[in-house]
Design a protein around this ligand. Structure first.
Ligand code: PSV
Ligand code: MN
Length: 404
């Protein structure tokens, strides 16, 4: 990593940016996950909501950057359980409930889709569940209703795309209007999987249109794993920011598809370029775009909590690097058409070793300099593995499942 002199002013900017940089953790990132070919189990994996909240609280305690946890309604809330009890439990672990993710994808009725399904029963089930999710969000004071649909078709001619689109727009308008005033509807897109011929919200363009149709409090959510190979994600980010239509991110990394690898593990420069566009937008407009930064990873094989801490550390590093670009100097180079000079300016920031700076920020916040190391030294994962193995035994839970 390049040794680069960081000025006191830059240091101040980075500290301020880090103070404001919060990234939400997904409750599902702490549980055993797998592929359609099977699961590999971890003794320390969370299997109750309490475990997930505990683990998210631990990551927050180590990094000081994750005060909220995203929940998937069906996976995290039991029928009849009070959402307020969950909120209290989260508070016990020093965190709050963040975005609410309705689950309109796994029940049998959703075989042909949810809001887009030709089956009125499926449409109704999706609406009822999403309205219930809004109520949960209202109770726990969540700021986001995050909608991702598995809707789509597998074969040409399978269904009427025009009818599906009309149903979807109507449903999202209704959800938007039912949300409390402080809530934002996030519309997530994905070009493939689980549907393989067409998905009903395939890309940012249609997510934008859908959000516009839904109402003023609807914005687009960019999941970095949901693009076709070679897509310039930072350009999408810039367009959405300029249009005031970017709501937030689901971060993860991929090599081939929606691989759910940990953020920045394959292409950290791509994440830097996203943060760079956000910093550029802030410089130009003087506005805070108020983005919901979220992690969305299922990282199957890495130890769950460790991978999450590593992710947050990586996110903070890349975010800090993006603050080092001298925007005025960059503008001068750009106006002269100095392509190499401008690119070198970005690379220089990217290649700066910000670990000492991040360490100093952590020290100022009474945190350990290297949260991954802290976790590894603490022995807490082994402790949790023992506890959860015993809990599973007592509850008669066997870690066994096969998708294939
Ligand atoms: C779908 O691939 C997705 O990105 C959505 O955000 C879901 O909520 C999440 O993954 C579930 O793993
Ligand atoms: Mn996602």
């Amino acid at each position: 990593m390049a040794k680069r002199k960081i000025s006191t002013q830059q240091e101040r900017n980075v500290f301020k940016a880090l103070d404001g940089f919060k990234i939400e953790l997904p409750s599902w990132g702490f549980a055993d996950t797998g592929t359609r070919f099977g699961k590999f189990f971890q003794p320390a994996a969370a299997f109750t909501l309490e475990h997930k909240l505990h683990d998210a609280g631990l990551v927050n305690a180590l990094t000081g950057a994750c005060p909220t946890v995203a929940v998937h309604v069906l996976w995290d809330f039991k029928e009849g359980e009070s959402p307020l009890a969950t909120k209290r439990l989260a508070a016990e672990h020093g965190i709050e409930i963040g975005s609410i993710n309705p689950n309109v994808l796994q029940d049998q009725c959703y075989k042909l889709g949810s809001f887009c399904s030709p089956d009125p029963k499926a449409q109704k089930a999706a609406m009822d569940h999403s309205l219930d999710s809004i109520e949960i969000g209202r109770a726990v004071k969540s700021k986001y209703l995050s909608m991702w649909l598995a809707d789509g078709t597998n074969y040409p001619g399978q269904d009427n795309i025009y009818r599906r689109k009309a149903q979807l727009e109507k449903a999202f308008r209704k959800l938007h209007d039912k949300m409390p005033a402080g809530m934002t509807l996030l519309v997530e897109y994905k070009p493939f999987e689980p549907a393989f011929y067409h998905t009903d919200i395939p890309d940012w363009g249609y997510a934008y249109v859908l959000a516009k149709h839904a109402g003023k409090r609807a914005k687009v959510l960019v999941d970095t794993g949901h693009h076709l190979q070679g897509t310039n994600i930072e350009h999408i980010v810039a367009i959405l920011l300029a249009e005031n239509m970017l709501g937030g991110f689901h971060f993860n990394d991929r090599k081939y598809a929606d691989d759910d690898l940990t953020m920045g593990s394959i292409d950290p420069y791509a994440v830097f370029r996203i943060f760079d566009q956000i910093a550029q937008y802030e410089f130009e407009t003087g506005k805070d775009p108020k983005l919901a930064y979220m992690v969305d990873q299922s990282h199957n094989l890495k130890p769950k909590i460790e991978a999450m801490v590593q992710t947050v550390d990586e996110a903070q590093k890349l975010f800090a690097k993006a603050q080092l670009v001298d925007r005025k100097a960059l503008a001068r180079l750009q106006s002269k058409g100095d392509i190499t000079g401008a690119e070198r300016m970005l690379r220089d920031a990217y290649e700066t070793d910000v670990r000492p700076l991040l360490g100093a920020w952590r020290k100022a916040n009474k945190l350990g300099a290297d949260p991954v190391e802290e976790l590894r030294k603490s022995g807490v994962i082994n402790e949790l593995a023992k506890q959860r193995t015993a809990e599973r035994k007592a509850a008669g839970i066997v870690q066994a499942a096969s998708y294939a």
